[in-house]
Each structure stands twice: as structure tokens, then as C-alpha cells.
Design a protein around this ligand. Structure first.
Ligand code: PEP
Ligand code: MG
Length: 571
């Protein structure tokens, strides 16, 4: 058995499907017969062409013409005499192997395109990398695996599962994940919870113990992976699966009931989503709204920056899927562990403290304005609230509001409609923002506390790093004090506060948060009904007493101990 961090609850049994990510090293070799080498290159081109044509056909059928065009552009590169000629010339004139000539040519084209700096050419550079990588794999005999293409049910085992991997995944086939790196609030873990797929992350080097085809049990609550279990273990696990199913069935009976404490305090329970489709699951599992739409997944699930029209369609669909219930859409929060392959950013020593989210949007105004235009235009189709991530000071939100006004003016000029009464909010996920929440609240209609980042910045503990995950604790007294400060400041100003970080769905923390006065809890959809069950069993007065006690305690251990001893019936 290997141990990691339980990232998404539930238990699954399945065959290991290992995805290696080491990029094969390209060696430079001297070639005697360059004609034969060029033939080898040409035959790789023919196969790549066949592969891409098949993808175009499939994409046309499953996703639509617009998406298929991306791959049509790849075909054009394969037919481009300048690109092909450059590789052949290198093989011929320098007498080198095709792989080496190809790599040099890809690098040359990519750097020329990227240096041009405009959005269009950066997209072309990403196309060249993509197509070039495909030809390279064919030359080297490396098999490429797209997570969307997985045919049989399996458990994915990968050192680092990126958020874009999860975005592309065929959700029907993936029974669970095991990853080498990552913590509970890394984005692939969050995605696993949204999808309701059991996952264990951060198992470290132990991942090497898993071999292709091994039978695995992934225990998402305990953070354990059992490799090739004995028959008795399997029997136990199947029993547990049946119990989990029974609990789910029971929880569904609470769906239509109010989210209210025994003594009548109502709070709102919402869901976090990564695409418009997810909104349906939020509704199906009893969500009263969407508390966070992470729009960056829309960008990650695309081969280039999504156009205004693409975004407009997605936002409109999310609003319509929620049928008039509130939908908080967060503007692009890229950077940190969320990368866009087609928008290369400089390597940074501290990406989580670097050029990300709003910082990037305020600089790359075109990207930001495109998103704001799409959001405003979609606003007429439902109850939209716009939220901005990573605000660290008052100046930033003032700047944002300036851009928003500019965009509104443009739309009015073009005769395009939008709602005037859209609520505007910010995430409180940086300690500086929490400390000046009395000033920030004057600028906006609501706050949503992003504890995933707030915890990492407050305790100085990387949310992705399994080595320090023992320090990452939502019940750290500093975190609780900041949350109280934020809620008090907003309430003094007569405004409401939500929480969309993972802490909102943490059943240990829920009574404290109710006691401190949190108004809205937004979490992954599969957790909503469990939270409702708990909230309906406690009293607001009891929660206030608990919060008061907890806020006097010195360590998270003391707090946890106290919570363990305090039974639901006493709250
Ligand atoms: C957060 O930081 O708590 C949050 C909800 O945003 P993300 O997890 O996308 O950084
Ligand atoms: Mg965040």
C-alpha cells in the first residue's frame, strides 16, 4: 500500500493506466545516407497527416466545425513548404538525423513567431509545437496518449496531472487518479472532487511502485492506494462502495429541503464549476447557485485564446443552465499551477507570487476586455455576478472598474445590450486584501473568500507541495482570524460574504463558519448535500459559541481536538 493525500473522497477499483511524461531526449547523429533520412521524415509526415485528418473528422462530429478548424490549421503546417523545406535542408546540408533537424526547425519557427508578440502569432507558435511534437513522436516511435481518447475504464497514474489534462479527460472512463505531486487544493485535486472521482495525490516517488495494468484500489478519503489487493480486501472495498452509494441515495432526499439551522438561520449553498455543463450537476445535487465559475478552464480546454463569441456562448449557457439562480463568474485566473500552452509566460521563481490572474489581465488588456465584453453581453440571460481574483490592493479594483466602464461604453456605442445591475465582487485570497477588507468593501458588492490561496499566503505554505502539506491547515488560528475580520468588515458595510475555497465544503469547518456569520458556501457539487445535512442539524447559537471558543485557541491541534469532542447534538 502507498500513502498520499486524500484529494477526492470515495473508493474505486480499477486497472492502472500509467502516463509517462518524460519528453524523449533528441540526440544529434551523423547521417551518411541523407536521402533515406529524408524519406523517413516524409513518411512520418504522411502518418501525421492521416492522424490529424482522423482527428478533424472526429472533432467535426463531436465538438463542431469551429473546434475542428484548429486541427485543419495543423494540416496546413504539415503542407507548408517553408517548414518542411527547412527540415530537409538541414538533413541534407548538415548530414544530421531527422529528429535533430526537426527539433532545431521547430525551435526556430517558435521563437520567430513568439517574438512577434501578437496573439495570432503566439497561437501559430503553439500550433507548430503541437504538430512538431506529433512528427517527433512518430520519428522516435513514442506513442502519444490523449486523455480524451482513453477507451477502457481505468485509474490514471501520472506524476503531475495538469489541470488541462483533467479538462480533456474522458470522464466516463476515468475511475480515479493517483499523482506523484500535488496537494489537496491543487487544481487537479479540485477537478477530481468536482467530477466526483476518488483521487489520491502527492504519493511522491512511491508512484514508481505502480506498474501498468496493476489492479488498484484508490481510497480517496484515507489517501491510500492499494496495489494488487488480496481477495478479502476487495470484498471489503466493494462493501464500502455499496455503503457510499446508499449514503448518496439518502442525501438526495434532502435536495428539496431548505438550508437552514435548527434555530432558523438560512445560508446559501452553491457549487463551483469549471464549465457550463457542470452547472447542471450543481442543480442536480441541490446547489442554490454557482458560487465560482473558474473560467480559466475554458481557456485551458482550447488550443488558442477563446474568442468573444466562444466565451459569450459558454457564459450564456451557464446562466441559462442555472435558470435565473445566481452565477458568480470569475475572470481569468491563469498562472500558478494553471498554464496555457499557447500563452507562454516567462519562467518565474515564485509563480504563485508572480504574474498571474488580475495582474496579467490588467496588463494584457485585450484578453481582459474580450472576456468582459462576453460577460456583459451574456448578463441579459440570467443572474450574473462578476468576480475578480487575486486582488491585493484598492488600486487594482479601481483599475478593474475603469476597464469595465470602458467596455460598457464600447458596447453601448455598438448597440449591444447588457444588464446595468450586475453585482461586482472580489475574491479575498491574499492576506493584504483581508487586512484592508474594510476599505475594499466600499468598492464592491460582495466578497468571496478564496481559502485555497488565502491559506497558502497566510501560512507561507505552497498549496502544491506535498512536503509541506502538514502545515497547510484551514484551522490555523491566523486563517480563522482573517476570515472573521473579512466577514465582520463586510457585514458592517451591509454587504454579504461567500466562500469558494475548499474550506467551505470542509465539514469540520462549517459550524465555525456559520458561527462567524458566513452567508454563502460554495463547494464542489458532490459535497453540497453533505453540508446541507450538517447545517440542518446544528443551531446558529451553538455555532456562534463554538466559533467564539475556537477563536480563543492557540493551535489548530487544540481546535481540532475541541471539534472532535463537540458533537453535532451539542451545537
Ligand atoms: C481559492 O484560492 O480559494 C480559489 C477558490 O481559487 P483557486 O482555487 O482557483 O485559486
Ligand atoms: Mg485562488
Amino acid at each position: 500500500m502507498i500513502k498520499g493525500i486524500g484529494a477526492s473522497s470515495g473508493v474505486s477499483i480499477g486497472k492502472a493506466f500509467i502516463i509517462k511524461e518524460d519528453k524523449p531526449k533528441v540526440e544529434k547523429r551523423k547521417i551518411e545516407n541523407t536521402t533515406l533520412e529524408i524519406d523517413r521524415f516524409k513518411s512520418a509526415i504522411i502518418t501525421a497527416e492521416e492522424e490529424i485528418k482522423a482527428i478533424v473528422e472526429l472533432t467535426n462530429k463531436t465538438l463542431g466545425e469551429e473546434e475542428a478548424e484548429i486541427f485543419e490549421a495543423h494540416l496546413l503546417i504539415l503542407q507548408d513548404p517553408e517548414f518542411l523545406g527547412a527540415v530537409e535542408l538541414k538533413i541534407n546540408s548538415e548530414g544530421v538525423n531527422a529528429e535533430f533537424a526537426l527539433e532545431e526547425t521547430i525551435n526556430m519557427f517558435v521563437s520567430i513567431f513568439e517574438d512577434m508578440g501578437n496573439e495570432y502569432m503566439i497561437e501559430r507558435a503553439a500550433d507548430v509545437k503541437d504538430v512538431g511534437g506529433r512528427i517527433m513522436n512518430l520519428l522516435l516511435g513514442v506513442k502519444t496518449i490523449a486523455l480524451g481518447d482513453i477507451k477502457e475504464q481505468c485509474i490514471i497514474v501520472k506524476k503531475d496531472l495538469t489541470p488541462s489534462d483533467t479538462a480533456q479527460m474522458n470522464k466516463e472512463k476515468v475511475l480515479g487518479f493517483v499523482t506523484g505531486v500535488g496537494g489537496r487544493t491543487s487544481h487537479s485535486a479540485i477537478m477530481a472532487r468536482t467530477l466526483g472521482i476518488p483521487a489520491v495525490v502527492g504519493v511522491g516517488l512511491a508512484i514508481e511502485e505502480i506498474k501498468e495494468g496493476d489492479l488498484l484500489v484508490v481510497h480517496g478519503d484515507k489517501g491510500e492506494v492499494i496495489i494488487n489487493p488480496e481477495e478479502e480486501v476487495l470484498v471489503e472495498v466493494k462493501k464500502l462502495q455499496a455503503e457510499i452509494l446508499q449514503e448518496k441515495t439518502y442525501l438526495m432526499t434532502l435536495k428539496a429541503l431548505e438550508t437552514i439551522t435548527l434555530d432558523g438561520r438560512k445560508v446559501e449553498l452553491s457549487g463551483n464549476i469549471g464549465n457550463p455543463e457542470d452547472a447542471k450537476q450543481v442543480l442536480a445535487l441541490g446547489g442554490q447557485g454557482v458560487g465560482l465559475f473558474r473560467t480559466e478552464f475554458l481557456y485551458m480546454d482550447n488550443n488558442s485564446l477563446p474568442t468573444e463569441e466562444q466565451q459569450f456562448k459558454a457564459y450564456k449557457e451557464a446562466l441559462e443552465n442555472m435558470g435565473g439562480k445566481g452565477v458568480i463568474i470569475r475572470t481569468l485566473d491563469i498562472g500558478g499551477d494553471k498554464k496555457l500552452p499557447y500563452l507562454p509566460l516567462k519562467e518565474e521563481l515564485n509563480p504563485f507570487l508572480g504574474y498571474r490572474a488580475l495582474r496579467l489581465c490588467l496588463k494584457e488588456k485585450d484578453i481582459f476586455k474580450t472576456q468582459l465584453r462576453a460577460l456583459l453581453r451574456a448578463s441579459v440571460f440570467g443572474n450574473l455576478k462578476i468576480m475578480f481574483p487575486m486582488v491585493s490592493c484598492v488600486e487594482e479594483i479601481r483599475q478593474v472598474k475603469g476597464v469595465l466602464e470602458e467596455v460598457k461604453k464600447e458596447l453601448r456605442k455598438e448597440g449591444l445590450g447588457y444588464k446595468e445591475s450586475i453585482e461586482i465582487g472580489i475574491m479575498i485570497e491574499i492576506p493584504s486584501a483581508a487586512m484592508i477588507s474594510d476599505l475594499l468593501i466600499k468598492e464592491v458588492d460582495f466578497f468571496s473568500i478564496g481559502t485555497n490561496d488565502l491559506i497558502q499566503y497566510t501560512i507561507a505554505v505552497d498549496r502544491m507541495n506535498e512536503e509541506v502539506s502538514y502545515l497547510y491547515n484551514p484551522l490555523h488560528p491566523a486563517v480563522l482570524r482573517l476570515i472573521k475580520l473579512v466577514i465582520d468588515n463586510a457585514h458592517k458595510a451591509g454587504k454579504w460574504v461567500g466562500m469558494c475555497g475548499e474550506m467551505a465544503g470542509d465539514l469540520k469547518a462549517v459550524p465555525i463558519l456559520i458561527g462567524i456569520g458566513l452567508d454563502e458556501f460554495s463547494m464542489n457539487a458532490p459535497s453540497i448535500l453533505k453540508a446541507k445535512e450538517l447545517i440542518r442539524k446544528v443551531s446558529y447559537e451553538g455555532c456562534k459559541r463554538i466559533a467564539e471558543q475556537v477563536l480563543l485557541m492557540a493551535t489548530s491541534e487544540e481546535i481540532e481536538e475541541y471539534l472532535r469532542e463537540t458533537r453535532e447534538g451539542q451545537i
